[in-house]
Design a protein around this ligand. Structure first.
Ligand code: NDP
Length: 498
């Protein structure tokens, strides 16, 4: 909702300054567990503000790219230290709604990424290799690219922005970030830590506001050669179309329909633990959430009974309450999506085993709460087993054997994460080979990425790039190949080398 500017407005951060909004418009950001609570007002930015931020980032890039990478790394290292000191303060359960332990995990992931990328400042390795000609030296080095436009979703308000900002900066780029409207404050905290750590003016800029205005303006700006986006597949496609005509670099991390396969020889206690955490952690609002379970028919009955019993015992509520296991959905629209999919599942003939309703009454009326919901006897082609719901809804599909499980697992449009519970090493290795996803777990749920390994997916989850790890360095740099001939004569490659 756009309202007149009030005292609590968090301004845009442009060229090292918190700047007044151009047209005085701001929007409210509220706690999804208690919408009476206003987190803050954020600027509904205009295209002019995007242009201003890009200009600042472009200007800052002239110097930042020349700062030695180990020195850039020192700034990141100091930022990581500040994030450690401020972890409790920055763990903003009120912003996204996930339970406090998980919110702390979100900040921790940013800390891990910042330390990791700080270390990369002393690597950023290229290659040296012998030339085919005498007295000639050959090497390739990584080069920064320029201003990076970063567009992030709401489910990991600090971690995902850190996955983009830190590698972009260590490689010598400057950034303009548009945080999700639902969770902007964590980005302000992250940028505050970087600024306090000594990031020069203009190197990091925040422009808040809607995807349709700020996001679109960033993806079309001629001085933004790199776009990194995490969000839905539908928006990712729009961004790809916006970036293609100018041949921008663009990285898309999008939806998922992840699966846990439970084989007949699985440790069922472990598998139930994994299915509960994978399916209902973060209220199912993870791109890697285990929203499908493929359970071998020999253990189907026993597994489902235990899984349903555990789901029924989950306590839904305000994530700040230590007794809460599952927080709210992020907003009313996401809650409605969940409720619509519950109806779709029922109409498709899936068996509703538990949940299925919005939680109402008392404190629930102030937020966007939904029961943890499980559908059994699902056909893998049902919409609830094919489409991303992004909420606390899990579809259980009976499977005949490993081959059938793999076919079900791979039979969706997405390819982010998959997992198998088995004690048979041969099956485990076959699954790691044949699951066509960017991430595979054995005897662990589909969630739990670590920052020093590549993150991303296949098919409609991604466009071939990966985030985190060295893969991020690959995205935020371009290779330059350099030949130095010290023979003092013309040497022709492929001709004078016999
Ligand atoms: P959206 O795609 O709706 O939004 C993501 C971001 O894009 C937001 O900042 C949004 O702005 C912005 N945006 C919207 N439209 C445009 C546009 N036309 N041009 C440029 N930017 C635009 O996703 P959600 O925020 O709802 O996040 C949920 C989705 O993200 C799920 O599908 C989930 O799977 C995916 N996701 C994927 C991850 C991965 O790594 N694969 C990780 C986390 C989430 P606004 O603030 O206005 O909404």
């Amino acid at each position: 909702m756009a309202t007149a500017v009030a005292a609590k407005v968090f301004k845009n951060f442009i060229d090292g300054e918190w700047v007044e909004p151009r047209d005085g418009k701001a929007y409210e950001n509220r706690n999804p567990a208690n919408t009476d609570e206003l987190i803050g007002m954020f600027v509904s930015s205009t295209e002019e503000e995007v242009n201003q931020a890009v200009d600042a980032a472009k200007e800052a890039y002239k110097q930042w790219r020349l700062v030695p990478a180990p020195k850039r790394g020192e700034i990141l290292f100091r930022a990581a230290e500040l994030l450690v000191e401020r972890k409790e303060e920055y763990a903003m359960t009120r912003e996204m709604g996930k339970i406090l332990a998980e919110t702390r995990g979100d900040v921790q992931e940013a800390i891990d990424m910042t330390y990791y990328m700080a270390g990369e400042g002393r690597r950023l390795f290229g290659q040296t290799t012998p030339s085919e000609l005498p007295n000639k030296f050959a090497m390739s080095v990584r080069q920064s690219i320029g201003v990076c436009g970063l567009i992030t979703p709401w489910n990991f308000p600090m971690a995902i922005p850190s996955w983009k900002i830190m590698p972009a900066l260590i490689c010598g780029n400057t950034v303009v970030i548009k945080p999700a409207q639902d969770t902007p404050l964590s980005v302000y905290h992250l940028v505050q830590a970087l600024t306090d750590a000594g990031a020069p003016r203009g190197v990091v800029n925040i422009v808040s506001g809607s995807g349709s205005k700020v996001g679109v303006a960033l993806t079309k700006h001629p001085d933004v050669p790199v776009i990194s986006f995490t969000g839905s597949t539908a928006v990712g496609r729009v961004i790809a179309e916006a970036c293609a005509p100018d041949f921008r670099h663009y990285s898309l991390e999008m939806g998922g329909k992840n699966i846990i396969l439970v084989m007949e020889d699985a440790n069922l206690d472990l598998a139930v633990d994994g299915a509960i955490w994978g399916g209902f952690g973060t209220t199912g609002q993870r791109c890697t959430a285990a929203s499908r379970l493929g359970v071998h028919k020999a253990v189907y009955k026993e597994f489902v009974e235990r899984f349903v019993e555990r789901a029924k015992a989950l306590r839904v509520g305000d994530g700040l309450d230590a007794a809460t296991d599952v927080g709210p959905c992020i907003n009313e629209s996401q809650l409605k999506t969940v409720m619509e999919y519950v109806e779709i599942g029922k109409n498709e003939g899936a068996k509703l085993l538990t949940g299925g309703k919005r939680l109402q009454g008392g404190a629930y009326d102030k937020g966007w709460f939904h029961e943890p919901t499980i559908f059994g006897n699902c056909n893998p082609k049902m919409r609830i087993a094919q489409e991303e719901i992004f909420g606390p809804v899990v579809s259980v599909i009976p499977i005949e054997n490993l081959e059938h499980g793999l076919e079900v697992a791979n039979g969706v449009a997405y390819g982010l994460s998959a997992s198998i519970y088995t004690r048979n090493v041969n099956r485990a290795f076959q699954a790691t080979r044949d699951l066509y996803t960017g991430i595979v777990y054995v005897n662990a749920p589909t969630i739990g990425a670590e920052t020093h390994l590549p993150f991303g997916g296949t098919k409609q989850t991604g466009n071939g790039h990966r985030e985190a790890a060295i893969a991020a360095i690959d995205f935020y740099t371009e290779w330059k190949t350099i030949y130095i001939d010290y023979s003092d004569k013309l040497q022709r490659a492929q001709i004078d080398n016999s």
